[in-house]
Each structure stands twice: as structure tokens, then as C-alpha cells.
Design a protein around this ligand. Structure first.
Ligand SMILES: Cc1cc2nc3c(=O)[nH]c(=O)nc-3n(C[C@H](O)[C@H](O)[C@H](O)COP(=O)(O)OP(=O)(O)OC[C@H]3O[C@@H](n4cnc5c(N)ncnc54)[C@H](O)[C@@H]3O)c2cc1C
Length: 411
């Protein structure tokens, strides 16, 4: 056997698995191609939906970690959540916040590429990183086998963390057709309008970031936030397109829009990034909404996804219906939304089960968002990392003590 565990991918889900494999004697990580490339939601190449390369979308994510605990698909206790959080942010107490809606925004987001490189230095020969994509895998009673363009590796277990867009294709290439769902779910982020009836949000600063207040509505699938509306942003619907591209990795369309950054957008960006200028006479109200089956796959192989505008409209309309804010002057452009970049549920779970994947003790475990059916309204990525970590840790511990039951894959 070449390795005990092989991890496919090098994003946040892969980092979670590698952290959980701390006591595995020999781990190989296939990071993806050395020369990375983005896929985008739209033909203009504005909003990325996947990055095929070292670090994945984790190179660009904003690092927001919610404390509300909705949809605990990681099956983690509060203590496990707080311990994992403290690994990255040891000087920010989080335990007492768990269960109430708020968002931790770090000064320095967790970057899986740097974290994996650091772990490789610490673990030495026990952890190998390779800049190669996996072409496919198979397994038998004794071992699993992963092939790349030039090599074949054997291991006891394979942890698939190629991301919600790449995992379905890899599963189909390796096992059989029918594992990819025809649709993919996501969050949509929408502007609801503005209100003059809000007290300034109380932001708690720590040495590692800030905690912003957030709210759940009566509709369980939405998370609401309010941000100070300044300059042009005091006008209803001003600058919606600019907001859509702010904070994204560069692309031509993005650069053009960024150059036209208005003072209002700049003020909102400063608030989002540093928590400053929170007191304002007017606030813009936003909702992050779960959209089941928000996209179908595009026929053009260069483009990944085709928006299912009606499904997105139904979900965002529901969040607009009953927001937890008084005095809301409502947006007149309800059709506008920003893709959440929280893609999930791209794999058919029944077909996956029939293929023997993700069962306790199975040689192949999928740990990214492709197998999450409902992530709830919160930002899901840290919980996904945590879920991967706990499952990998349990599998290694189960090896060592056959009495301990493994944590089942959550959906
Ligand atoms: C601008 C931006 C801001 C965001 N902000 C937030 C936020 O604040 N909070 C939040 O929760 N989420 C946020 N997200 C979403 C978050 O980035 C993703 O949910 C998360 O990074 C997904 O991680 P992943 O490991 O599942 O997949 P990915 O990041 O897509 O990684 C997949 C990995 O698999 C590799 N791979 C693919 N195919 C193969 C193969 N055949 N062989 C080997 N490797 C392969 C890729 O190279 C890559 O390393 C944001 C995203 C963006 C773009």
C-alpha cells in the first residue's frame, strides 16, 4: 500500500479531511493542476463558481463564519465547533455566541493552500502534497486506487473533496453515470430595499476579526443583514450591479466595474471589511436565501451552469415577503440577485449510496458540498470543513479502536 489515505482536492473541504487525518500514518493530497483555472456562473466571466487548482475557491473566500448553527450538517457539538474555530482564531471567544445569529468576519480568512503547505512541513513524510489532478479512482475489498495522468496510487481510503462542481464529474468518470444530479443548489444574495428605522448594528471587534449581527426571518431559509447606506446608496436600488461584483477575484468585467467604484460602495465595503461607519440614518437590507435547484448544467463545456431564474425568483420572493425589519422601502428591482457561490447538492445521494460510497467504513468518502442537500441560510464553508475533519478523524480512530462507531455522512 502506498498510502493510508488519499485526499482529492486542496480546498476547504480537503483541508478539513487532512486536519482530521492527523494520526493517519501516510496521507497523499492530490491538489489539482499546478496551473489553476476558474469556471464562472456567467458568460461575462464576472462571478466565479469553481477554481480548479491548488487551494480551490478557498484562495478567495471572505472567510465569514456564522454562529447561528442552522442546519448543523457537520453533526458537530458546540464544543467541537468552538475547538475547530479556536485552531484558527484562538483569541476570539466563540462558544457563548453559538446558537444566536451573527457573522464572524476575520481579518485573515483561512487559506487552505497555505494551511496544507504548513501541515506538510509539520508532518514531514506523513503528508505528501502533489500538484496533479486525479483522473479517476476504483476500489476493491483490499484497497482503493487513484490514477492521475502519469501515476497510480493505492490507499485504504479516498476522501473526495473536488468541490460541488468537479466532484460529480469525477464520480461519473470513475463509477457510473447517474451520480450527477441534473441540478445544483446555491444561495442567492438579494437587496430588499432600505429602512430609516434601525438602530446602528453593534459590532464586536476582536484581535482576529469582527462579529456582525444578523437575523433569521420567519422563513427559515433566509439570513438577513443590514448595512449603512451612504452617498448614492441612500437612493433605492442604486448600484446593485456594482455590489454584485465587489470582493470577487479579478476578471475583466470585474475590473471595469471596480474602477467605477462609487463612494457609496466604498463606504459599504469599508463597513463590511472593517466594521467602521456603522451609524447611519438609513440602512440597506439584504437577504441570503437558499435556492434549491438554482442551476442546471450548461451544454457548453466551457460554462458550468445555467441559472434557473424562476426557482431563484421563488426563493428570493419568499425572503422579501416577510423581512424582520420595520419601515422597509422595498426594492423595485426584485429580479436582481447575486450568486451566493455556495454551490451544493450536485450529487444524487441515492445513487451514491447504491454505489457504496459514503457509508460508514466505505473506502470512498465524499466530504465536500456536493453531498449536502440543505445547507440552510448560513454561510456553509466552515461547517463543511468541520464536518470533513470530524468524519476523517472518526475513521482513523475507528481503525485504532474497532468499538468506536464512525460519524455518518450528513446530508
Ligand atoms: C469571493 C468568494 C467569497 C466567499 N466567501 C465565503 C464566505 O465568506 N463564507 C463561506 O462560507 N463561503 C464563502 N465562499 C464559498 C467558499 O469559497 C466555498 O464554499 C469553498 O471554498 C468550497 O470549498 P471546497 O473545498 O468544497 O471546493 P473548492 O474550493 O472548489 O476546491 C475544490 C478543490 O478540488 C480540486 N480538484 C477538482 N478536481 C480535481 C481532480 N480531478 N483532482 C484533484 N483535485 C481536484 C481543485 O483543484 C480544488 O483544489 C466564497 C467564495 C468566493 C468565490
Amino acid at each position: 500500500m502506498d498510502f493510508d489515505d488519499i485526499v482529492i482536492g486542496s480546498g476547504l473541504a480537503a483541508l478539513g479531511a487532512v486536519l482530521g487525518l492527523e494520526h493517519s500514518p501516510r496521507v497523499l493530497v492530490l491538489c489539482g493542476p499546478a496551473q489553476g483555472s476558474f469556471s464562472y456562473y456567467d458568460e461575462r466571466g464576472t462571478v466565479p463558481c469553481a477554481y480548479h487548482g491548488e487551494g480551490g475557491l478557498g484562495n478567495d473566500w471572505h472567510g465569514v463564519i456564522p454562529t447561528g448553527g442552522r442546519n448543523n450538517f457537520a453533526q458537530a457539538s458546540d464544543d467541537e465547533f468552538a475547538a475547530a474555530f479556536a485552531r484558527f482564531y484562538p483569541r476570539t471567544p466563540i462558544l457563548q455566541r453559538l446558537g444566536s445569529a451573527s457573522l464572524f468576519v476575520p481579518w485573515r480568512p483561512i487559506r487552505p493552500r497555505e494551511q496544507l503547505r504548513q501541515l506538510a512541513r509539520q508532518r514531514g513524510a506523513r503528508l505528501t502534497l502533489l500538484q496533479q489532478p486525479a483522473a479517476g479512482f476504483s476500489w476493491n475489498d483490499r484497497f482503493a486506487e487513484v490514477t492521475t495522468a502519469t501515476q497510480t496510487f493505492r490507499a485504504r481510503r479516498v476522501w473526495l473533496a473536488a468541490g460541488a462542481l468537479h466532484t460529480p464529474g469525477l464520480l461519473e468518470r470513475s463509477l457510473r453515470r447517474g451520480l450527477r444530479r441534473p441540478m445544483v443548489s446555491d444561495h442567492a444574495f438579494c437587496y430588499l430595499g432600505h429602512t430609516d428605522e434601525l438602530a446602528p448594528p453593534r459590532i464586536v471587534h476582536s484581535r482576529e476579526g469582527m462579529v456582525f449581527p444578523a437575523m433569521y426571518g420567519s422563513s427559515p431559509a433566509a439570513l438577513y443583514t443590514a448595512r449603512p447606506a451612504r452617498f448614492g446608496f441612500r437612493e433605492l436600488d442604486f448600484g446593485i450591479e456594482q455590489r454584485a461584483v465587489f470582493g470577487l477575484p479579478t476578471g475583466n468585467a470585474v475590473m471595469k466595474l471596480a474602477r467605477r467604484m462609487s463612494p457609496g460602495l466604498l463606504a459599504e465595503a469599508f463597513y463590511n471589511r472593517f466594521g467602521v461607519f456603522s451609524a447611519a440614518p438609513r440602512y440597506s437590507v439584504y437577504a441570503q436565501v437558499v435556492v434549491p435547484d438554482a442551476y442546471s448544467w450548461h451544454d457548453d463545456p466551457d460554462l458550468s451552469l445555467r441559472a434557473r431564474v424562476q426557482a431563484i425568483g421563488v426563493a428570493t420572493d419568499e425572503a422579501r415577503g416577510n423581512p424582520p425589519f420595520r419601515g422597509l422601502c422595498r426594492s423595485r428591482r426584485p429580479e436582481v440577485y447575486i450568486p451566493g457561490i455556495h454551490l451544493h447538492h450536485s450529487v444524487d445521494l441515492a445513487a451514491l449510496k447504491a454505489a457504496g460510497v459514503n457509508e460508514p467504513g466505505a473506502a470512498l468518502q465524499v466530504v465536500d458540498a456536493s453531498v449536502l442537500t440543505d445547507i440552510g441560510p448560513d454561510h456553509h464553508s466552515f461547517k463543511m470543513l468541520l464536518g470533513a475533519m470530524l468524519r476523517a478523524r472518526d475513521a482513523v480512530e475507528a481503525d485504532q479502536s474497532s468499538h468506536r462507531p464512525e460519524r455518518a455522512a450528513a446530508s
